[in-house]
Design a protein around this ligand. Sequence first.
Ligand SMILES: *Cc1c(COP(=O)(O)O)cnc(C)c1O
Length: 368
Amino acid sequence: MNVPFMDLGVQYRSLKSEIDQAIEQTIRTNGFVGGPAVTEFEEAFAAFCEIENCAAVGNGTDAITLSLRALGIGPGDEVITVPNTFIATSEAIVLVGAKPVFIDVDPDTLLMDPKKLEIAINKRTKAIVPVHLFGQACDMDAILAIAQSYDLKVVEDTAQAHGARWKGRRVGTFGDLGCFSFYPGKNLGAFGDAGAVVGRDENLVGAIRRLANHGRDTKYEHDIIGTNSRMDGMQARILSAKLPRLDSWNAARRQVAKRYLENLIGVDDVLPTKINSKCDPVWHLFTCRLNRRDELREHLSLQGISTGIHYPLPLHLQPAHQDLGLGEGAFPVAENAARELISLPMFPEMPLEAVDFVCDKIREFAAS
Ligand SMILES: *Cc1c(COP(=O)(O)O)cnc(C)c1O
């Protein structure tokens, strides 16, 4: 049996007429960049997040970068985040001229460990960027409590967790701003690059919309130096067509995860990443850890099963971050995760028989 890591084709076929119509409408109305289709999506996505405001931007990296800029974070400032995430998170911090300060993650959930926050805070610290990795929610109670007591901004990296909840509330709505990516493989994916920022403060979200559109409110009046990071009309229309399905796709991912968890109970040495009981995850990825990770990957690959590694090299060990002067051993939990973690196939339309097949092959490997 061939089991892909994800399958964007099945999702397209299930909505083909709506998507084709969205593309056709874009061309017919010349609504290529910005415009009413983008405003409509902003309103729909804010409603989905159960928050007041949303600014559509060009991608998830810009969502974080522009959020930090709008909050006035720049040269001389420090921003705390985690080393086990996609580089966009720390890249955004560097792009505004600030310094990324990494803290290690919780050994059970592999998410930001709030117990390690205070020691990293000094007078230059301006913000915290928690990452809701794998579709799981960070411990927002503890993170917000510390942010409040030190007067720090919180920008949530929600690129992998559209729709996830922490104690009943959507992630991305706890901090000052919540940043989303609609890269095609995310839980809500465009047909190209796209992103968004949500927030309660209308002026702050408005500032992001202005920054993303050359710092202007009217056509040729530019109040500040911004950039070009607008959402395409076609992406907005496609995202609006997909958005009403997102909750049901996330529910389908939950069924897949449940089946994995049932099947993997008692499989020696293969440990699914733990979930905080206050979190209602959306399973962007399904991850497990084991010692012989690379051997298992090879074994599954020979059976036609595709897997991933998120991520093979923690950010503090990336060549791009060598100027931070952090070496091997700085963040042992994240470094171990990079060696031991495997991401199994996960997408809403994945047949449960395929989950059983993957688990049979894992059990076979574990017994060998
Ligand atoms: C995908 C991703 C991003 C960046 O989003 P882009 O739209 O690709 O720029 C940022 N953070 C995390 C955790 C991601 O997974």
